[in-house]
Each structure stands twice: as structure tokens, then as C-alpha cells.
Design a protein around this ligand. Sequence first.
Ligand code: NAD
Ligand code: ZN
Length: 359
Amino acid sequence: MFKNFKNIDKVVYGRGAFSLIGEILASKRNSNDQFFVFIVDEYFRNKALISRIPLTEKDVLLFENVDRHEPTTEQIDFLRDEILQKHGLPAGVVGIGGGSIMDIAKAVSLMLTNEGSSTLYQGLNLIKKPGVYHLGVPTISGTGAECSSTAVLTGPVKKLGLKCEWTVFNQVILDPELIASVPDNWWFNTGMDTFIHCIESETGTLNNAFSHAYAEQALKLCYDVFLFEKSGRSAENDDKLMVASLMGGLSLSYSEVGVCHALSYGLSKILDYRHCYANCVVFQHLGDIYQKGVHEFEQMVVKNKISLPKNLSADWNDETITKMANVAFNLPHMWDHALGENWQSTVTIDWIKSLYKRM
Ligand code: NAD
Ligand code: ZN
């Protein structure tokens, strides 16, 4: 089983690295209609960061509110149509924000050159043409969306990514100064996404020396940030978390996620739970599958004074649980990795429902 994984073309890392953005974009300005589209998380609208964006007269600055919902196909199609109709074809798209904005920037860049609705391209290698140049500046760390080859979108039928080599950013700027303002609950939940990526990547049939090397290092960084003596919020830990997120993402790109992500997708699709929070809700109940990982997770929950909901399933009727179980069941690549080629002997709709009933 080989994966010929496409990595980010260029990455710059370090405190203050955001100030390189003008220099980096300068050499890219001459293509297409010679302007850039900056898609920025609404949170930054009146923040000092905006004045550091190297806007020229022709550039377009768009603020997106990611609090209402995770990125949708409708939202991407609308943004693409607006940009093309009002301004033309940009030289590139820059995303500044968390995992949601990373995915929006990647998806818009692809959809600017691919005709029709983005719903047509949800899946693996369905995109027909490379998108325009795209640059990502993550402002929350954990999802690994800054390095992944997918832009996850919720459509009318599926929650599935635009997944192909061209999805991967051409350039990423990792500036740990930008994550200092993340609210504590998002800092923890999104950070735990990386921890869970590593545990799931490591605990399955696709793990190998390559994915292991990334996960091992990312886990060390996670322990420093969330568990060990000097854990908690600090500049030094922000430096580490930003690298952990990237390495966790690279690890799972060579391996795969597992049971927690399969169940978490069910919660997100049917009950609209946000990805990283959904993972935390699920993971605490998987002690029999990921013994060491769940034990460490519980310690991190206590250490960081996080409270996770209990007895959620008491409010879910059988129809809701069955719908979630069906979403989770239809992710065979995750089950295969987590439980091996005979996964179908364990994984039935009833068994998945029993896992949801633990929550
Ligand atoms: P997010 O982008 O959804 O943002 C969460 C919240 O944090 C928002 O309120 C946002 O405004 C705020 N925020 C962002 N940066 C901030 C900052 N520096 N200071 C203060 N507030 C800030 O959060 P996320 O957890 O990074 O991303 C979740 C999304 O990532 C989901 O849509 C999920 O589907 C996607 N995802 C993608 C991949 C991938 O490989 N493409 C992997 C995992 C998750
Ligand atoms: Zn994840």
C-alpha cells in the first residue's frame, strides 16, 4: 500500500513570519487578472492583523463568519460566482483563519477553475483542473487542514472533501503569534484533534515508520502543551502546538484516522457538532479501543479544567442514533485501518449504535 503524498510547496515558520506575506505574494501577482482574494475569519475584522495584509487597490478582502456552520458547498459556489462576476480570475487566494477558513480558501481556489457546483467534486480526484495559487495562514492549530489534501465541505447530500493533489496549499505561513487569542475551549478541542489524529494514525494497519515518525514527534509536543509540568497557554507552547498540528496532519496523510473520527462524522453530519468538539465528545468513551490514548486524554481534560458533556445519548432517539451509525458505517477506510481487514465481523450498525449509546 503506497501513498504518493503531495506536500505543501513551501512553508515558513516562526514568530512574526506573517510579515513576509507581501514579499511572498509579490512574485505571484502577475498571473490571471493580477489581483488577490483574501478570505479572512470574521473574528479579525477590526483587529490589527488586517492592517498588515498587503492589499493593493485591485485586491479583494472578504470576511467569512465560521461560527454559524462548517464550510458548505453552497457557500463556496456563492463565493466563486461573486469573485468571477465582480472581479475576474484572481492570481491567487489567501486564507487567514482556522480549519474552516483553510478549507474555504482551498475549495475556492479549486472552484475558480472548475465549472459547475462544488457538489460535483466531493470525493477523491474528481477535480478536473488545478486551481489558482493558494496560500494558507492558520490562526488556530490542531486540525492539520493547513497541510491536508482535502477541503471538507458539507453539501445537501454528503459531508465530504474536495480531495486531490491540487487541494494542497502552495504556501503556508506558520506564525505562532497568531494563535495566542484563540478562546480556551477551541484551543483545547482543536489541539485534541491533533492528539487524536496521532493516536488513530499510530493505532491501525496503515501505520508505518514514516507516519509514526511524524506522530511520535507531534505527540511529544502535545504532551508538552496539554499534559506536562509546563503545559498550558504560553508563547512557547503555541510554538509547539503549531508544529504538532502540521505533523499530526502529515502523519495521518500517510496513515489514516480511525474509530473516533468515524463516529465524530456521524455527530457532525446528523447533529451539527463541530469537528474537534465532536472528537472530544466521542474519544472519552473509546477506552477499550484506544486504551493508552484515552487514559492520557482524560488526564489532559482534568489538567486543563475542561468539562465534557455526559449522558448525551439520553436525548437521542433510536432514529437519530441509527442515522449517525449509518454515516459512521459508510467510512470503510477508517474501519479497515482501525480494526484490520476483518473489520466487517465486528463493525455492524448495531455495534456502532452501542458506541453512540455510551455517550
Ligand atoms: P474554526 O476555523 O471553525 O474556528 C473556530 C472558532 O475560532 C471560530 O469562532 C473562529 O472565529 C475562531 N478563531 C479562529 N482563529 C482565532 C484566533 N486566532 N483568535 C480568536 N478566535 C479565533 O476552527 P478549527 O477547529 O480550526 O476548524 C474546524 C474546521 O476544520 C471544520 O470545518 C472541520 O471540518 C475542518 N477540518 C478540516 C480538516 C482537513 O483536513 N481539511 C481536518 C480536520 C478538520
Ligand atoms: Zn480531525
